[in-house]
Design a protein around this ligand. Structure first.
Ligand code: SF4
Length: 476
C-alpha cells in the first residue's frame, strides 16, 4: 500500500500511536456558559478556602452524562497545573443532591464551581458571583444567546489549516481517513487470523450495533456464536429468542405489557424455555446492559432482533460479497447496501419500538440509513479491505478505498462538532463520511495526546510543512 504524507507523519515518531442574580442562583445552563466563556475577573479568582486559582483552560462542555466540563487545566497557588473535569452547579448542596458524591463518573473532578454559598465537598470550590467581569444583568443577556464555542477554543492548528487551500485540507483529511480505514482493517485481519473471516465480520457487526454504551455485552454475544449455532438451525423467531434470552433481555414479566407484547413474549418464551438451560452458563445478567437514556430506535433489543434476522437468513456474507463487485455511482452506494441489509417483515417489531411501546402508526424500521453508514465505514468496508489485502487483490482493494472515500456523511456527533470547531471553526462542512473519519483520526492521533491548551502538539507544525512536502503530488 502506498504511504501518504499523513501516514508518514504517524510513522515518523511525531506522535505516540498508543493509544477528550436575583433572589436565587441563575440556571445551570447560564452558569455553564459563564464558565465556558470565562466572563470572570480571572486574575482575582480564589477558592473558598482562600487559595488563588488560575484557569489555564476551562475544559470542553460535555454533552453526555458525567461532569459538565472535561479536559480543564487549573493551577492552585504555585502547585503544578492539574488536568481534569469541572462540575458547575448553582449551589454547593447540588454535589450530594445530584448524586455526584457517589457517582464514579465524577471521580476526576478537580474543581466544583458554584454560584454562591458554602462548599459541600472536600474538593476545591470556586464561587462565580463574586468574580463576574460585568454586572449579572448585562452578562445574562449576552450568555443566553451563545451557542458557539468562544474563540479561545480554537486549536493551535486552526491558523495553519486555514492557510491551506480547501483542496489541500480535503487531501489531508482524506489521507487521515485512509489511515483510519487501514487501522480498522488491520484489527479485522487480526481477528480473522484466529477465528476466520465470517467470525471477524460478525464480531464487528455485533460491536458496532452495541452503539457506544453496549459494545461489551454485544461482543460477549458475538463470542458465543459458535455455542448458539451448535444448538442447531432455527428460524427468525428462534434466533430472536436465543439472542434475547442469552442477552438476559427476555423478560418473563407480562404484567403491564400490551396484549401484542404479551403474545410476542409468549411466542419467544415458547422457544427459549427449551434452550435456556443449555445456555445458562453464557447468559448475561440484565445489569450488563445500559438501557437508560437510549432512543427507542437504538435499544439493544432492536439491534439483537436485527442480528437475529441476519443469522436466521444465513446468507449475509454472500449478500455482501455480491455487493462489492457491483458498479454503482456515488449516489447509489448507500441505497444498494441498505437493500442488502434490510430485513422484512417482523410482525411485532415493524410496529413497536420496544416491548413496552404502543403500536406505532408508521412502520418502525429495524435498520436506518445512518446505522448502515456506520456499519459500512466501521465494519463492512474495513472487513473487505482486510480480505483484499490478505488476498493481494489490488483492484478490489482500490475499489474498497474508493467506496470509503465516496461514502455519504454519517450523523454528526459531539466529538466531531468539537473537533471541527477546534480545527476549522464554524462553518466548516465535512464532505462525506471519509472526511469525518479523517477528523476523528486527527483527534485520536493528536488531540487525545495534548492538553486542551494544545501545548506541545506537533500537528500545527506538520500542517505548516504540508504544501512544501507535498510537492505537487495528487490530492488523495
Ligand atoms: S491538540 Fe493539536 S490537533 Fe488538536 S486542536 Fe490542538 S493543535 Fe489541533
Amino acid at each position: 500500500m502506498t504511504e501518504t504524507f499523513y501516514s508518514q507523519w504517524r510513522h515518523a515518531g511525531s506522535i505516540a500511536l498508543v493509544r477528550d442574580a436575583s433572589s436565587g442562583p441563575p440556571p445551570e445552563r447560564l452558569l455553564q456558559a459563564l464558565w465556558q466563556r470565562q466572563r470572570l475577573q480571572r486574575d482575582a479568582l480564589r477558592t473558598l478556602d482562600g487559595r488563588p486559582v488560575r484557569v489555564l483552560h476551562p475544559g470542553f462542555l460535555n454533552h453526555e452524562a458525567g461532569p459538565d466540563f472535561r479536559g480543564a487545566v487549573i493551577q492552585l497557588e504555585n502547585e503544578t497545573p492539574i488536568r481534569g473535569a469541572v462540575e458547575v452547579d448553582p449551589v454547593g448542596a447540588d454535589w450530594h443532591a445530584h448524586g455526584h458524591a457517589v457517582n464514579p463518573a465524577f471521580a476526576k473532578v478537580i474543581l466544583h464551581v458554584i454560584w454562591n454559598g458554602p462548599a459541600h465537598t472536600a474538593l476545591p470550590t470556586l464561587l462565580l458571583e463574586p468574580y463576574l467581569d460585568s454586572p449579572w444583568a448585562e452578562l445574562a443577556g449576552e450568555l443566553a444567546g451563545h451557542t458557539q464555542l468562544p474563540a479561545e477554543f480554537a486549536g493551535q492548528c486552526r491558523a495553519p489549516l486555514a492557510a491551506l487551500a480547501i483542496t489541500e485540507q480535503n487531501a489531508l483529511l482524506n489521507q487521515a481517513a485512509t489511515v483510519r480505514l487501514r487501522s480498522k482493517a488491520k484489527l479485522m485481519e487480526r481477528h480473522a487470523r484466529r477465528h476466520g473471516w465470517d467470525a471477524a465480520l460478525w464480531h464487528g457487526l455485533f460491536r458496532a450495533l452495541g452503539y457506544k454504551h453496549n459494545v461489551w455485552p454485544m461482543q460477549h454475544l458475538a463470542e458465543q456464536l459458535p455455542t448458539l449455532h451448535a444448538l442447531g438451525a432455527t428460524d427468525t423467531v428462534g434466533w430472536q429468542a436465543r439472542l434475547l434470552g442469552a442477552a438476559g433481555l427476555l423478560t418473563d414479566e407480562l404484567r403491564g405489557q400490551t396484549v401484542a407484547a404479551q403474545e410476542w413474549l409468549q411466542t419467544l418464551w415458547h422457544h427459549w424455555w427449551r434452550e435456556r438451560e443449555a445456555l445458562e452458563a453464557i447468559t448475561l445478567p440484565r445489569t450488563a446492559w445500559r438501557l437508560g437514556g437510549l432512543r427507542p430506535a437504538n435499544h439493544p433489543i432492536r439491534r439483537l432482533v436485527l442480528l437475529a434476522h441476519w443469522l436466521a437468513r444465513g446468507d449475509l456474507v454472500g449478500r455482501l460479497e455480491s455487493w462489492l463487485p457491483v458498479d454503482c455511482s456515488k449516489t447509489q452506494l448507500l441505497a444498494t447496501l441498505i437493500e442488502r441489509l434490510t430485513v422484512w417483515p417482523s410482525p411485532f417489531w415493524d410496529w413497536h419500538w420496544t416491548f413496552r411501546s404502543p403500536r406505532q402508526k408508521r412502520r418502525c424500521s429495524l435498520l436506518g440509513a445512518s446505522r448502515v453508514t456506520d456499519l459500512a465505514v466501521n465494519v463492512i468496508l474495513p472487513w473487505f479491505h482486510a480480505r483484499c489485502q490478505a488476498g493481494r487483490n489490488q483492484s478490489e482493494l482500490e475499489r474498497v478505498e474508493a467506496r470509503f472515500q465516496q461514502w455519504p456523511s454519517a450523523q454528526d456527533n459531539a466529538v466531531l462538532k468539537l473537533a471541527r470547531q477546534r480545527l476549522f471553526g464554524e462553518p466548516r462542512r465535512l464532505q462525506g463520511a471519509a472526511q469525518q473519519q479523517g477528523v476523528l483520526q486527527v483527534v485520536l492521533d493528536f488531540c487525545d495526546h495534548a492538553p486542551a491548551t494544545c501545548e506541545d502538539c506537533s500537528f500545527p507544525g506538520l500542517v505548516q510543512s504540508w504544501p512544501d512536502q507535498r510537492g505537487g503530488k495528487p490530492d488523495s
